[in-house]
Design a protein around this ligand. Structure first.
Ligand code: MRU
Length: 305
């Protein structure tokens, strides 16, 4: 239970809340929490709070968009007292939340049109209800296919180093009764070569104006493998993950995570002490490796379509 905006910032930093849409939504509620604790109405304090959220995680654009939207709301409406400022902020945060839920539904419906009965889908990281305000993006497509009776099988990559695929996606799909097979990330090529994958669907943390896409580390190699094996590769994402202010993926800031997540992730020491580690949390998949973008507004062509 979090009752202070600083705890919310910490929850985002430490991945207690993660997934691009979810961190945007939670940051918006965190901004509302900060306003509730105002002693007097102070615009400068809101800038300080916003900065704390901006610096919590750098890659997912949804967080920046949500925080900016909260600030704009507050500054444009000039509420008369703290109570009405707090009301305004809670209302805006829950609008962001509800809109994300709606976007997930539409992404699910649009994406399901690309999937046939019995197809097998490979996904990476976690893009479901634990990463969004609704049914999810890539997983939203999978849930919608299930609701349509398509009987698909899912392969979930475990997603090193912190295992969002194993801990979250495999769990979510199992809860929903969807057939899921967990694989280590480095098994994807073999399974594609065996002809067992019909589609790859992933989410996104930030999509540049040219379509280059930042998503969880390990996404780019899947896109390279998919093109080699002639398997369509889809990015499922809401409009809040598109960042038209940057031209290409080269401008996306990639978060680096602590070495301990690799060397000592879940309590077991698995590497020599003081070993040098490089741990980017995301990679960039160039547009030319992406078949289609699945958005709430429809299917958009990537560079492979
Ligand atoms: O580091 P995480 O767990 O926040 O990374 C999450 C991802 O990369 C997801 O694939 C992405 O945010 C899309 S969530 C709908």
């Amino acid at each position: 239970m979090l009752d202070d905006y600083q705890q919310v910032v910490e929850a985002i930093k430490t991945l207690k809340v993660r997934g691009a849409p979810a961190i945007g939504i939670v940051a918006a509620y965190g901004m509302a929490m900060a306003v509730c604790k105002f002693e007097k109405y102070d615009k400068r304090f809101i800038d300080v709070v916003a900065e704390k959220f901006y610096s919590s995680r750098p890659t997912a654009v949804n967080l920046f968009l949500a925080v900016d939207r909260m600030k704009t709301k507050l500054f444009s409406e000039t509420p008369q007292n703290i109570e009405s400022a707090a009301k305004l902020m809670w209302h805006e945060a829950s609008s962001i939340h509800n809109e994300d839920q709606q976007m997930c539904e539409s992404i699910g419906k649009n994406g399901a049109e690309l999937i046939s009965v019995g197809d097998t889908i490979l996904t990476h990281c976690n893009t479901g209800a634990l990463a969004t305000g609704g049914i999810g993006t890539a997983l939203g497509v999978i849930y919608t296919c299930r609701d349509q009776g398509k009987k698909n099988r899912i392969f979930a990559g475990e997603t090193r180093p912190v295992l969002q695929g194993a801990r979250l996606t495999a769990w979510e799909l199992k809860q929903e009764g969807i057939p899921v097979t967990l694989i280590c990330d480095n098994m994807a090529g073999m399974i594609m070569k065996q002809g067992r994958i019909n589609h790859v669907i992933v989410g996104a943390d930030r999509i540049a104006a040219n379509g280059d896409t930042a998503n969880k580390i390990g996404t780019y190699p899947l896109a390279v493998l998919a093109i080699h094996h002639n398997i369509p590769f889809y990015v499922a994402a809401p409009s809040t993950s598109f960042d038209n202010s940057i031209k290409t993926g080269a401008e996306i800031k990639i978060e680096e995570r602590p070495a301990s997540e690799i060397t000592n992730g879940f309590g077991n020491v698995i590497a020599p002490e003081d070993i040098e580690v490089y741990s980017p949390a995301f990679d960039i998949t160039p547009r030319e490796l992406i078949s289609f973008f699945i958005t709430e507004n429809g299917i958009l062509p990537g560079g492979r379509s």
